[in-house]
Structure formats: structure tokens, C-alpha cells
Write a protein that binds this ligand. Structure first.
Ligand code: PLP
Length: 375
């Protein structure tokens, strides 16, 4: 079998890594240290002997805390049997795909959208159906288009709000409409809420808070909220039967996630939460800086309300996004993710990550604007 493809973000990032003094605006991970109390808890866990396998679904103590978090932050009710942890949000989403899909089943994916969904379908033998989230609609989903794509083979609808790469946060009526479509067509609804606590304006609503029919899979992660990308702890909540099937997948390919990371995740949930506010405040400040720069240059597409990304219009340059990203890196020393990495909809834009320092953002985005404007 062909092993699929690498993400179009990686391609540029790989060259940026070996480009001296490159300003990295391509990265999808927070630039903050993991809060110290989390690291201290992990070291204590090693000393206390938490160094062996756990249940595949995760330590019961962690799942209890996740149940409380889902209730408090997301208004989602999930008991221990309805929760599993996994190797990052990515591992949980992959387990859900593998647990549900038969060869040729179709999965509704957002375009633009996070490339990994597509990459997973390659080996899960699912077929993607891309629904548009167009710039003209501020990157909100085009519900009519989405519903027009549905065939009897459609099995899962993936919804991602707050969204990577656009920063769009879907209002509750939109989420309700998505839920109604999923119910009408008897689809599983995978709600990727990995950025649920990175909200810059407005509020985030979890679909599972109002659609409790056991067919919603709520996915979360410690990666973004607590700046813990390398610890690899994600989690999913869904009906107990599906969770059991996801656990079988996870059992086959990872047995369980690191016990030390699970204890660190417990410390993240029970410790002080002001680290989240500090990070979100920084993302909001950086978002405002970048919005001003892009707006002055006439390259602003929309103001992100969540996650830590912003799309920039590069159409005036008249270059395809991938070529643009490599040219910007080689000529101006700035690395961004090409819109083409996220699907077919955004071939004339690039994604800028707000998870870079204020000074790098100012300098990097100014160079990008100059580069576009220079024609
Ligand atoms: N979902 C989206 C939309 C993401 O952007 C990411 C990471 O970039 C993830 C899920 C998974 O993150 P992790 O596997 O680190 O939890």
C-alpha cells in the first residue's frame, strides 16, 4: 500500500528548520513552557512508581477528572465508561475513524481544514467529502453545500470549532444546524474541540452539550490548553459502546498512553488554571497586532475568534500558495503554512500562527505584507 502523504505544513517547516534565522510563523504549537507545576507532578509520578501500563482508556482517576472537566467547561455529561484517553487528540480521532468506518464509507470534512483528517482516511479507507467554509462567509460552514454532499455512504461529520486553520468559532445556531443535519442523515458527529479553551472573543459551545444522543464524539486535548504538545494526552467522550470500540483500536496499537503523562494531565486539571488565561491573553494581543498589519496592507480575510491562527490573503501576489510559502521563506526568511495544505478552498492564502513571539509576528508579518505588495 502507498503510505499516503506528508502534511503540506511539514514540507515548508522542514525547510524552515534548516534556514538560518528563519522567522517561524508556521508552527501549530504554543510557544509557552508547560506550566512548572505540571512538570513537577510528572517527576513526582516517576518517583512514586507510576511507570507501568494503565487501562487502555486511561487511569480511572484521570477519567473522573475529565468527566468533571467536561461537565464544568463543556456542559457535556460523560461517565467513566464514556471517556477514553489516547495519544493526543489526533490518536483519539484516528481511533474513532477506525472504530466506525468500513471501506468506502464517507466522511464530511471542513475545507479549509486540518490536514490530518484527510491523512487518516487514507489508511482508514474512508472517502472524504469536503464541505466549504468559505472566506466570503467568514469561514463559517456552508450548510447547504454540506447537506448537498451527503450520500447513503456518509457515516461521519467532522466539525472543528474553534477552527484550525481559520480561527473561526461557530455560533450555537450553526452548531445546532450541523447537529440537526447529522441527526437527519444518521451520521456520527465528531466534534474536534481541541481548541475549546483558546477562545479570543465570544464563547465556545460544545455540540455534546445539547445533542446527547450518544452519536456525538467530543474530542479534546491537553496539547493546546496547557501547552503540553509533547506529552501526548488527548481524550474523547461518546456513547459507551463506541468508546469501547475505540478502546479496542487503541489497545491494538498503543496499549495505553504514558502513565507519567497521565499523572501530569491530572495535575493540569486540578492545578491553577490562570496559565490558560495568560496564554489566551497573549494570543488575543498578538491577533490584534496581526489584524492591524494585515488590514493596513489590505490582506485581512477575517478576524479569528479562537484557536491561534489567522489566514492572510496573498492573492495580489498572483502566486499559488505553496510556491508563495517557499518563496517567502527563501527570499524573506519567513515561514508560513500554505493554504493549499488545508484543502482546495484556500489556494490564495497562507496561515500565520499566533503561537510565535510578538516581535517575530510584527517582523514576519511586515515582511510578508511587503513581499505581497512588491508584486
Ligand atoms: N485537531 C486539530 C484541529 C488540531 O489542530 C490538532 C493539532 O494541531 C489536533 C486536533 C491534535 O492535537 P494533539 O494530537 O496534539 O492533541
Amino acid at each position: 500500500m502507498e503510505a499516503g502523504f506528508h502534511s503540506g505544513i511539514r514540507e515548508v517547516a522542514n525547510e524552515a528548520i534548516i534556514t538560518p534565522n528563519a522567522i517561524r510563523l508556521d508552527v501549530g504549537q504554543p510557544d509557552f513552557r508547560t506550566p512548572d507545576h505540571i512538570g513537577i507532578a510528572a517527576k513526582a509520578a516517576i518517583d512514586a512508581g507510576y511507570t507501568f501500563y494503565t487501562a487502555t482508556a486511561g487511569l480511572a482517576s484521570l477519567r473522573e477528572m475529565l468527566s468533571a472537566k467536561l461537565e464544568k467547561v463543556n456542559s457535556v455529561n460523560a461517565g467513566l465508561d464514556s471517556i477514553t484517553v489516547g495519544p493526543g487528540g489526533v490518536g483519539v480521532i484516528a481511533a474513532a475513524f477506525a472504530a466506525i468506518l468500513e471501506t468506502g464509507d464517507e466522511v464530511l470534512l471542513p475545507d479549509p481544514g486540518w490536514p490530518n483528517y484527510r491523512m487518516m482516511l487514507d489508511w482508514a479507507h474512508g472517502t472524504p467529502l469536503y464541505y466549504r467554509c468559505p472566506r466570503e462567509m467568514k469561514f463559517q460552514p456552508d450548510l447547504e453545500h454540506l447537506e448537498s454532499l451527503i450520500t447513503p455512504r456518509a457515516r461521519i461529520m467532522v466539525v472543528n470549532s474553534p477552527n484550525n486553520p481559520t480561527g473561526a468559532v461557530y455560533p450555537r445556531p450553526t452548531l445546532e444546524a450541523l447537529g440537526a443535519i447529522a441527526q437527519r442523515h444518521k451520521l456520527w458527529l465528531l466534534s474536534d474541540e481541541c481548541y475549546d479553551q483558546i477562545v479570543l472573543d465570544g464563547t465556545h459551545t460544545s455540540i455534546g452539550s445539547f445533542l446527547g444522543d450518544g452519536r456525538v464524539i467530543t474530542v479534546g486535548t491537553f496539547s493546546k490548553t496547557y501547552s503540553m504538545t509533547g506529552w501526548r494526552v488527548g481524550y474523547g467522550a461518546a456513547g459507551a459502546k463506541l468508546v469501547d470500540n475505540m478502546v479496542k483500536v487503541l489497545e491494538s496499537n498503543s496499549s495505553c498512553i504514558s502513565t507519567i503523562s497521565q499523572k501530569a494531565a491530572e495535575a493540569a486539571l486540578t492545578g491553577p488554571q490562570d496559565c490558560i488565561t495568560e496564554m489566551v491573553t497573549a494570543y488575543r494581543r498578538r491577533r490584534d497586532v496581526v489584524v492591524d498589519l494585515l488590514s493596513e496592507a489590505g490582506l485581512l480575510l477575517s478576524v479569528p475568534e479562537g484557536a491561534f491562527y489567522i489566514m492572510a490573503d496573498i492573492a495580489p501576489k498572483g502566486m499559488p500558495a505553496r510556491d508563495f510559502a517557499f518563496a517567502l521563506l527563501r527570499q524573506k526568511g519567513v515561514s508560513v503554512a500554505p493554504g493549499s495544505a488545508f484543502g482546495e478552498q484556500e489556494l490564495g492564502s497562507v496561515r500565520i500562527s499566533l503561537a510565535s513571539s510578538d516581535s517575530d509576528l510584527r517582523e514576519g508579518v511586515s515582511r510578508l505584507c511587503e513581499f505581497v505588495r512588491a508584486g
